[in-house]
Write a protein that binds this ligand. Structure first.
Ligand code: AOF
Ligand code: ZN
Length: 347
């Protein structure tokens, strides 16, 4: 199963909003086939795994093999036919599954189909690891919202920005590059209108190769932002979340919020509807604090410049219910990873 997870990770950045999935075929404790879901819309892990075994002349062994797969084999006709049918067709007698698929078209139906055909099924092997692997996919389907990552940089005395229009540079060159990597890993990035105006960020990933740029999102309820800002430079799609209009102008798209619930809830609804399964919230302090207060976040990554203290400025957000999961030192910057220990579940 660990090998399945390792294979699945090869799909990082090219399968979203689908899950990353890996599969291994074992015959007499020997691997006769491996596969993973490589690209959105293309063959599933099981298909690639069985194909490899067949191509290597191992077809005769399938009837005595065990298939390991990190996610429940699908039962639906999506962009490809059901993997459970493929397993049954090749008479593979045993399937070991990492975790159940939360997608409503599957959700246990793949397991049932296999069992009904007489296949021996073992479920929940390295379940936690398999869910963690697809934390974005699981959050998207179980909570009907994207996976939310909060990120900010602060001084040693918890200041996130200056009180004036002057830009306060906090993080160093190394952590800046790391942030670009984080951007390349998520479907979208979000900032509030004050940050868009004062910091004028480009919100693009400029240092890491990726299939595509994440979507840039800005909350600008009354459409007051000037189009001279970097966000409107056309280098990546920008979605302006607002209360006034819904139009599509190529690289700039206006998305009218639903009016139901808090602004944070409306933003998450808009992302869900666009099938954006994760978002990196990059500021400012006010917007970040709204996500925290409403419990609508999953991870926070806080960069602290331990060598910088400033007299006055905008106070950094304050977490509640956080669980420190990792700590790292990069030059004068420390990075702390937190998890929300009690995320809000909406049904
Ligand atoms: C599997 N093996 O490798 C993957 C699965 O749009 P489609 O047709 O590709 O279907 C996507 C859904 O299939 C996705 O939401 C998830 O439920 C499942 N993904 N299933 O058996 C795989 N990637
Ligand atoms: Zn499948």
């Amino acid at each position: 199963m660990l090998r399945c997870i390792e294979l699945a990770r090869k799909g990082t950045g090219s399968v979203a909003p689908n899950p990353m999935v890996g599969a291994v075929l074992l015959y007499n404790n020997e691997i006769i086939g491996e596969g993973w879901h490589q690209r959105y819309g293309e063959a599933h892990a099981e298909v690639n795994c069985v194909s490899q075994a067949v191509q290597n002349g191992q077809t005769g062994k399938l009837q005595e093999s065990t298939l390991y797969v990190s996610l429940e084999p699908c039962a639906h006709f999506g962009k490809t036919p059901p993997c459970s049918d493929l397993i049954i067709k090749h008479k593979i007698p045993k399937v070991v599954i990492g975790c159940r698929d939360p997608f409503k078209e599957v959700d246990g139906k793949g397991i049932e189909k296999l069992k009904a055909a007489g296949v021996e099924v073992v479920v929940d092997v390295l379940k936690e690891e398999c869910i963690e692997l697809n934390k974005r996919f699981f959050t998207f389907h179980q909570q009907q919202r994207p996976y939310v990552i909060l990120k900010w940089a602060q001084t040693k005395n918890n200041i996130i920005g200056s009180n004036t229009t002057e830009r306060l540079l906090i993080s160093n060159e190394i952590t800046n590059r790391l942030v670009h990597q984080w951007r390349s890993e998520e479907a979208a990035m979000l900032v509030g209108s004050k940050t868009a105006l004062l910091d004028d960020p480009q919100l693009t990933n400029r240092y890491w190769s990726a299939d595509k740029q994440p979507v840039r999102l800005v909350v600008d309820r009354q459409l007051q932002l000037p189009h001279s800002l970097n966000l409107f430079n056309g280098e990546a799609t920008t979605i302006v979340l607002n209360e006034l209009r819904q139009t599509n102008e190529g690289a700039v798209q206006y998305e009218q919020l639903s009016g139901n619930g808090s602004v944070v809830q409306q933003v998450l609804q808009a992302l869900y509807q666009r099938k954006l399964d994760s978002v990196l919230v990059e500021g400012g302090a006010e917007l970040l604090q709204h996500f925290i207060n409403e419990g609508l976040w999953d991870e926070a990554r806080i960069i602290t410049n331990e060598a910088l203290v400033v007299e006055a400025g905008v106070k950094a957000p304050q977490l509640r219910n956080e669980l420190l999961t990792n700590e790292q030192q990069l030059g004068s910057d420390s990075i702390c990873w937190y998890k929300n220990s009690t995320p809000v579940t909406h049904h």
